[in-house]
Design a protein around this ligand. Structure first.
Ligand code: 13P
Ligand code: SF4
Length: 311
């Protein structure tokens, strides 16, 4: 029974006692973002996880992110407030089917979005995030055949932007798929001077209307530099918390789904983490990410390739 506990104070006490670092993704609830030691996009969070000298990483994000932290920092205890915090992209790409897909394309390398299981990372050559994908793709010779999974929207965006011919796995993010072009156009008609920013997990019909496409960090950097006073944001709406904190005089509007509001674009997996579950996880050091060492070493190769090629 947690009633009566000052959870923020308890989390602070446990963070010191356990020598823990709290890492949070921009899609976490505002109260979690506000008590984290570091808030970032997938690439920054991977780098932080690798560089930290904490004994415990409390990962407030989804499971593949916490797994990435464990792959890169095997001697640290990595806890995730809710082990059911999965990802629709990971679910769309079972490792056995991915292995069969690879086998259908001999000679192709597998460039794979970080939103996948450790087993799919182990079957891949290079991992990418949305902030590193273009830099990494530019380092791969143009004649090299490439399969790209699991996000067909990010893959399609990269193919259009770079002119590369990518062989796409048909996965999607259910959150970014839920934006409605019709509702977005209605919103833009009400705010004709407001730029639209979008995450590349959105389908092409949404990206075609965007003034800027980029990762969560890229979207935030765009917001910080924008000259106008209103911005339409086509990604998970919890990122708006950072914009409102930094620029309290400006207006940020989450792009709508078919029902005309942005609530259907809240990531149901990210939303499973709560401050109560974070407290319990820090107290009990569970749920904890455990991984077979052979799998970890195989998955680390493609992540190391990303970290090397992204810089
Ligand atoms: P980035 O933070 O790398 O932009 O990724 C967004 C996302 O959907 C994470 O699941
Ligand atoms: Fe996965 Fe989409 Fe949620 Fe990101 S927003 S964790 S891609 S389901």
């Amino acid at each position: 029974n947690l009633t009566g506990l000052d959870l923020r104070a308890e989390i602070d006490r446990l963070r010191k006692e356990r020598n823990a670092v709290i890492l949070a993704h921009y899609y976490q609830k505002p109260e979690i973002q506000d008590l984290a030691d570091f808030v970032g996009d997938s690439l920054d969070l991977s780098r932080k996880a690798q560089a930290t000298d904490a004994d415990v990483i409390a990962f407030c994000g989804v499971r593949f992110m916490a797994e990435t932290a464990k792959i890169l920092s095997p001697h640290k205890t990595v806890i995730l407030p809710d082990m059911d915090a999965g990802c629709s992209l990971e679910d769309s790409c079972p490792p056995d089917q991915f292995a069969a897909f690879r086998a259908q394309h001999p000679g192709a390398i597998a460039l794979t979005y970080i939103n996948c299981s450790a087993a799919v990372k182990a079957l891949s050559d290079v991992i990418v995030t949305s902030s590193s994908a273009e830099t990494i793709l530019a380092k791969i010779p143009p004649e090299q055949k490439i399969i790209f999974g699991p996000d067909r929207n990010l893959g399609g965006y990269l193919a259009r932007k770079t002119g590369r011919d990518l062989i796409l796995w048909p996965g999607v993010c259910i959150v970014h798929e839920a934006f409605s072009e019709t509702e977005l156009l209605k919103l833009r008609a009400q705010h004709p001077n407001a730029p639209i920013v979008a995450h590349p997990e959105c389908p092409a019909v949404i990206l075609d209307h965007a003034d800027y496409v980029g990762s969560t960090r890229g979207i935030l950097e765009y917001a910080m530099a924008m000259p106008g006073d209103t911005l339409i944001v086509a990604t998970e709406p919890h990122i708006i918390h950072q914009m409102e904190k930094a620029l309290p005089g400006k207006t940020f509007i989450g792009a709508p789904g078919a029902d005309g509001n942005c609530n259907c674009n809240i990531c149901p997996y990210m939303a499973l983490n709560t401050i109560e579950k974070l407290y319990v996880a820090l107290r009990d050091l569970t749920p904890r990410i455990e991984m077979d060492e052979g799998l970890r070493v195989r998955a680390k190769k493609s992540l190391d390739a990303m970290l090397e090629m992204a810089s």
